[in-house]
Design a protein around this ligand. Structure first.
Ligand code: FEO
Length: 401
């Protein structure tokens, strides 16, 4: 049945599902370690379900909702976010509890029709704005709008008595919850990279809005964070707040990511030489990726982490190598900034790759290194020395604070 269950506090329950079957999140992003969809249920004078899970987990989820309700009816279904990984079971829940009242904002209401063809009457939908409160009895939910993190209708809610933040996508990550539902039950370092890959690929393009959302929630006194993916943070919620704040502000660490596109090894050879020269210059964190082999989501994840980025490309039909072209689009789309950028490539018989990489460099907010290396065909002694110079320039830039 694959439905997870845990008591967080008296009458506050985690009910979520691990998804190890779906191979691509949003049908794009590989999920080798799966993903969890988290929902929460409050039993008070009124009962409230906070979000649902993706439809492929409906059976176990519905059973768990019924089990936790223990014969009571569901009064409210709070919708923090309408993306189908969380709204997927709304229709099934409504069939079970036709008298339930939806709680969402104005955009949520229109999306209920857009995505699920639901048109609740005014007395079946409580429309909330920033600061509005839903009274459940002993507990209340205060609503905070967090538009574009991740969708325009995205919002979070805060329970002030127990200081619990229901944060929807914010503070979430890839990876199933394997036995450990709470942060104190596992080593977050095992999950940190998958959490950053989730942030950089799913939320990263909206980082400006994420900064605003984090500023808003930081005003709250938080004991527990309940996101819709990944751990419930009850021991050290500040850890995930700090990580998200760092990623949203494009704060980077010392290190260099080299990404190359190469058909027959000439450009790859230049990348390997560069990595060696960087190591000789004392750069400790060096990651080299073949753009044709590693999925862009992993490359973006490492680029999000490290300050240095060096792109190398073979020329393919007078242009940058097609798989590198795809990566450039990913970087443009995600508005990558605060990076030192180096460029190298192979001219082939016509040139084009380096020209395209230079044009890309002009589209973003990069600190572009002066030395650009272009080999005609394979690398010769002259280009080797230029690569040494490029590595030196990068190492010096990393030392600047
Ligand atoms: Fe996890 Fe934007 O949905």
């Amino acid at each position: 049945m694959n439905c997870l269950y845990a008591k967080i506090l008296d009458d506050l329950y985690y009910i979520g599902a691990n998804d190890r079957q779906t191979t691509l999140f949003e049908n794009m992003w590989p999920l080798p370690e799966g993903v969890s969809y988290n929902a929460y249920l409050i039993r008070d004078e009124k009962t409230a379900l906070l979000d649902t899970v993706r439809i492929n987990k409906v059976d176990g989820f519905v059973n768990k909702v019924l089990e936790v309700l223990d014969g009571r009816k569901l009064d409210y279904l709070v919708i923090h976010h309408m993306e189908p990984d969380h709204s997927g079971c709304i229709t099934d829940i409504l069939k079970l509890f036709p008298d339930l009242i939806f709680v969402g904002n104005k955009k949520t209401k229109s999306m209920l029709y857009d995505f699920l063809e639901l048109t609740p009457d005014d007395d079946k939908f409580i429309e909330v704005k920033d600061g509005d409160v839903l009274d459940l009895g002993k507990r209340q939910l205060q609503f905070v709008m967090t538009p574009m993190v991740h969708w325009p209708e995205s919002m979070v809610s805060y329970e002030p008595n127990d200081k619990v933040l229901f944060s929807q996508d914010i503070f979430g990550g890839f990876g199933t919850v394997d036995g450990a539902i709470f942060d104190d039950q596992a080593d977050y370092n095992i999950f940190r990279s998958e959490t950053r890959r989730y942030y950089s690929n799913i939320v990263g393009k909206y980082s400006m809005m994420a900064v605003k959302a984090i500023e808003k929630v930081k005003q709250l006194d938080i004991n527990i964070i309940c996101p819709v993916h990944g751990f419930v943070w009850r021991e050290n919620p500040q850890t995930i707040i700090d990580d998200y704040e760092k990623w949203a502000n494009y704060e980077v660490e010392d290190g260099v990511v080299i990404v190359y596109g190469s058909m027959y090894g000439n450009t790859e050879g230049m990348a390997d030489h560069l990595a060696t020269f960087l190591a000789k210059e004392g750069v400790k964190n060096i990651k080299v990726f073949d753009v044709s082999k590693t999925h862009a989501s992993y490359i973006l994840n490492e680029i999000w982490k490290y300050k240095g980025l060096i792109l190398g490309s073979a020329t393919y039909d007078n242009s940058v190598y097609p798989n590198m072209y795809n990566l450039l689009n990913v970087l443009k789309y995600n508005k990558i900034k605060n990076h030192v950028l180096g460029i190298f490539g192979s001219y082939g018989w016509s040139g084009g790759a380096v020209k395209d990489l230079k044009a890309f460099a002009e589209t973003g907010k990069f600190d572009v290194l002066e030395t650009v290396v272009e080999a005609r065909g394979t690398m010769h002694k002259e280009e080797e020395e230029q690569l040494r110079l490029l590595a030196k320039e990068m190492a010096e830039k990393l030392k600047e604070k």
